[in-house]
Design a protein around this ligand. Sequence first.
Ligand code: BEZ
Ligand code: FE
Length: 295
Amino acid sequence: MRNLNEVTITQAVTASLAGCEDARLRGVVMKLVEHLHAFARETKLTEAEWAKAIAFLTAVGHITDDKRQEFILLSDVLGLSTLVVAQSHAKPEGCTEATVFGPFYVADSPQYAQFDDIANGARGEPCFVGGQVRSLDGEPVAHASIEVWQADEEGHYDVQVPEADGTVTHRARGRLHTDADGRFAFRSILAEPYPIPHDGPVGKLLEALGRHPWRPAHLHFMIEAPGFETLITHVFRDGDRYLDSDVVFGVRSTLVAQWVRHEPGTAPDGSPVDVPFYTLDYDFVLNRAAAAVPA
Ligand code: BEZ
Ligand code: FE
């Protein structure tokens, strides 16, 4: 293994993996090396360019912490997240499609009951959301867990705007359960388009590439129920100007829905609302989990 040149180097590296006992790891790293080397040859990558790329990845690492996940952003804006989601969630037609997770999910979302206001003080126009969770054969999915999270009218998620003491008050996110008929309803605020965080290296990359950082207005959902595949998805607001240029390539036509505007009056939960408000009705169809293979 001496005197390697720009052709023989690839085979030398892949051969060095022969002792790896984890077949999947070996296979994935082998392909990674082959594709990286092919990329460097095809682009005739220079030393200066590679140094610049290393500096970029170093900056991505430096800005990443438990609140800011620049690596997810990078994967998202390069379309890799959408590719991995799409190839991991092939489902029968009629099931609700999955889309990217994004970096703003939190696991300890507050619990709510039906018709509660999950905004918890987040600023935005009132919006009443309701629908049903069903299986592909039309059966309601009772007691499914629904987690929802969204940005406020300024385009910020709660985790992006900590209190003065550094703690986060959870706003415009929460978890509730479907009722015995698979139905759910909650109050929140109107989803608005917002730019992904673009004050870091990924933002600089977008700018250099002549791309904007905007996402079309959407609500995030994670729906879980025993016997069904977990669904991680969004519902997008019809008419949004960024539907065809989402910076993270997450839009699917089946996930675009109408938010209906109403004059002040009585909300779907029977409460009076003295300002204009919106309603969104959207049903989700879950895919049954593959039968567990007996050990
Ligand atoms: C989001 O929708 O929350 C999101 C997704 C990808 C990157 C940034 C934000
Ligand atoms: Fe989002």
